[in-house]
Design a binder for this molecule. Structure first.
Ligand SMILES: Cc1ncc(COP(=O)(O)O)c(C=O)c1O
Length: 418
């Protein structure tokens, strides 16, 4: 079979695909694997009940059920939902939105594909522009989205050490500059994989730099504010005409409905909706129908604040305690758990690579993710890339606890014998 360059780019070199395959086959071979690898949201009974009730309410109302199943929506998505979201955000945050600032997509992953390729790549002026990541580690799902070469440029972060066993990444403003050929800046907040929440001050500075250079600032709010609000620290939701805020229903507990919302300037939304129509014809209706119910019952923002964030905060705290006990005496640090559903473990001076550690753990029935996958666009080698692991804490606590005992054993052995 002969594939196009597009075909090769999307189907062959995909790190995210081989990682998912590897995780999937490990789970098939050993269904009892202790799975700290995935990004699936945890099961929270109260949240599941609220979401199922919202769907049931739609199904019970023929005036809602029929259009949910039987109607193609407009290019930017369900107009009623766009109006309600604009009103909600204006009421809560005074963002001054109209429906023309919003578009729906089938999940934020596909929204990023469209957004990134609308902005970066070769321009009509012949200049190649890239997506600039002001700091890495960053979401590995971005890696293969770009249809042009050298699609990302990334900067190393500054590292703030905190206490004996914690640290936090910051944008390194000593060195950070918007590149001349930057098409847009992009950050996930909270960040997958680290649980970092870029501070309000850093966001303000990135926003100012982006505006000064006339490039949009894309904020990936998959875990962020105002929903699903998986944030354990102060973080103000912000938007202006130069910001592209991408929100998703997935981590609210609805990864199966594939629904995301893009909030941006009118011209960008217009281009996005047109491109998305070419690719998808229309956004699906199930997620938007559930979202409308949640807005009507005032749960869209409340579920995150009142049920989801407290659940993950408790999980994060318990997991940190277990790690600190199990890794005692080793040179480990954990990124400050500020949000999202992961912990990021840094094993400084680890004598083997994180990929080797991943393999050893897999052989012992524990699945984590090696940190080296999370540095898209960082061209210069950096040892730190091979010293970190991402651990999800969405699984039941007894699974997390058993995994940590094995993890600590392997880490100890690696430091001892190499
Ligand atoms: C940071 C980040 N952005 C985007 C996505 C894509 O999510 P979805 O396509 O389900 O909205 C994920 C998924 O895990 C993520 O972690």
């Amino acid at each position: 079979m002969r594939l196009s360059k597009f075909g090769d780019t999307l189907s062959q070199g995909s790190g995210i695909f081989s990682l998912m395959e590897d995780l999937g086959s490990a789970l098939r071979e050993n269904p009892d694997m202790l799975f700290l690898g995935g990004g699936n949201p945890a099961r929270i009974p109260q949240v599941e009940a609220a979401l199922q009730q919202a769907l049931q309410d739609v199904l019970n109302d023929p005036l809602k059920a029929q259009p949910m199943l039987g109607v193609y929506q407009a290019p930017a998505g369900d107009t009623a939902l766009l109006d309600e979201l604009a009103a909600l955000f204006n009421r809560e945050f005074q963002w001054g939105l109209t429906r023309r600032n919003l578009a729906l997509a089938n999940g934020s992953q596909s929204a990023f594909f469209v957004l990134f390729n609308l902005l970066a790549g070769e321009g009509a002026d012949g200049v190649s522009r890239h997506i600039q990541l002001p700091l890495v580690p960053e979401y590995l799902g971005y890696s293969e989205l770009g249809l042009a070469e050298n699609f990302y440029r990334a900067d190393r972060p500054a590292i703030e050490l905190a206490g004996e066993h914690q640290f936090k990444y910051h944008v390194d403003f000593e060195t950070f500059q918007v590149d001349p050929n930057s098409a847009a800046l992009c950050v996930s907040r909270p960040t997958n994989p680290t649980g970092n929440v870029i501070t309000d001050a850093e966001m303000a500075q990135l926003d100012a730099e982006a505006q000064k250079h006339g490039v949009p600032l894309i904020v990936d709010g998959a875990y962020g504010t105002p929903f699903p609000e998986i944030i354990f620290t102060d973080a103000t939701p912000s938007w202006n005409d130069n910001t592209v805020l991408v929100l998703s229903l997935s981590k609210l507990g609805l990864p199966g409905v594939r629904t995301a919302v893009v909030i941006a300037s009118e011209p960008l939304i217009e281009s996005f909706a047109r491109a998305n129509t070419v690719l998808s014809l229309a956004a699906g209706n199930v997620g938007p129908a559930i979202a409308r119910q949640l807005i009507a019952s005032e749960q869209l923002l409340a579920l995150g604040r009142e049920a989801i964030a407290p659940f993950y905060y408790e999980r994060a705290t318990q997991t940190v305690t277990l790690l600190e006990q199990a890794l005692q005496g080793l040179p480990f640090r954990i990124h400050k758990p500020e949000g999202a559903i992961f912990l990021w473990l840094w094993l400084e001076g680890l004598p083997i690579t994180s990929e080797q550690l991943y393999q050893r753990l897999k052989a012992r029935g524990v699945l984590v993710i090696s940190g080296h996958h999370f540095f898209p666009g960082l061209n210069k080698p950096w040892r730190h890339q091979h010293e970190c692991l991402r651990l999800s804490y969405g699984q039941p606590m007894e699974v997390v606890a058993r995994a940590i005992i094995i993890l600590a054993d392997e880490v100890r052995a690696a430091y001892r014998t190499e």
